[in-house]
Ligand binder design. Structure first.
Ligand SMILES: Cc1ncc(COP(=O)(O)O)c(C=O)c1O
Length: 307
């Protein structure tokens, strides 16, 4: 059902999508204009990555995707195993060894004239494209300038940020503000003087060898989860609790975490250097271990490519 071994996809390395039971070039993949996912941001999604031919934490991503769908009262006619099969097939057909792999469930189309979400049939879209980096090589090596955005993260009481969603306008306005203020990324504040997260990443602060990351108002990122686990393995203390904006200014190190780039050092906040202004030792240690573990196959799922 999910395999189309014989199909020819032109320029597969640009990306392969799966829609309505068919694999196709990502450039040809389209969404019906009346899908509520498009007209109302009524969708959830998850993003996994493939590194050197292996998915990282594929099962955990699919499990989180199903939890998100349950949270939004959505369902699909696919099992966990079938979704895994589809995602692996997108990557296999693309031939990409390093890939960004998205699975999306939209509310779908309501019957003509209706706006009752209970009557919609959900739709599933997936694609594999070349790996996406939030920051380029130089920024990841030397450090990333960050601002604390004046924009507030949407309140968790309004939209649960633990369910990965398309409500990105606060995050996108944060990106504009970052560029306006000569930075690359913005972390958004909450209403209580704490930081939350930014467009596609979580934030960690290191002070006196202890790590801190916000406990609420954020998406519980897979890379964040991985860092918390690596800290346990390294016997580093990591506290998940509110992190005040003022703590950023006195931090020894700050880093961001994302599937789209792993562990990335932040070296200025609002134009002021974080400690020495260089990526710190805890960040470097976690960064190296994160990539090394993946190369060793930790929590990996191998893709069997055609060639
Ligand atoms: C709002 C937000 N926060 C954090 C993250 C990081 O999550 P992960 O490590 O699973 O990529 C993402 C990922 O896209 C995100 O969209």
């Amino acid at each position: 059902m999910t395999q189309q071994n014989e199909i020819h996809i032109p320029n597969p390395q640009a990306g392969v999508a799966f829609i309505d039971g068919r694999y196709m070039p990502v450039a040809e993949a389209t969404v019906p204009i009346l899908d509520r996912g498009f007209v109302r941001s009524d969708a959830t999604y998850d993003v996994a990555h493939v590194w050197k031919g292996r998915f990282f934490r594929l099962d955990d991503h699919i499990e989180r995707f199903f939890a998100s769908m349950r949270g939004l009262r959505m369902s699909l006619p696919y099992t966990y195993e079938q979704i895994a099969e589809i995602l692996i097939e997108c990557v296999r057909l693309s031939g990409l060894r390093d890939s960004y792999v998205q699975m999306t469930c939209t509310r779908g189309l309501p019957p003509v004239g209706s706006r009752d979400p209970r009557l919609c049939t959900q739709r599933f879209y997936a694609f594999a494209t070349p790996f996406v980096w939030i920051a380029n090589d130089e920024q990841r090596r030397d450090g990333i300038p960050m601002v604390v955005s004046s924009v507030h993260r949407i309140a968790p009481q309004a939209v649960d940020p633990r369910i990965k969603n398309f409500h990105w306008l606060d995050l996108t306005m944060g990106i504009f503000e970052a560029y306006d203020r000569d930075a690359i990324v913005a972390v958004l504040r909450d209403g209580d003087g704490n930081i939350t997260e930014g467009a596609g990443f979580n934030v960690f602060v290191v002070k006196d060898n202890v790590l801190y990351t916000p406990d609420s108002g954020v998406f519980e990122g897979m890379t964040r989860r991985t860092v918390i686990e690596l800290c346990e393995q390294l016997q580093l203390r990591c506290d998940v609790r509110p992190v005040a904006i003022t703590e950023l200014l006195g931090a020894d190190e700050i880093f961001m975490t994302s599937t789209a780039g792993g562990i990335m050092p932040v070296t200025t906040i609002d134009g002021t250097a974080v400690a020495s202004g260089k990526p710190g030792p805890v960040t470097r240690r976690l960064h190296d271990l994160y990539w090394q573990r993946q190369e060793d196959g930790w929590l990996g799922t191998e893709v069997s490519y055609r060639d």
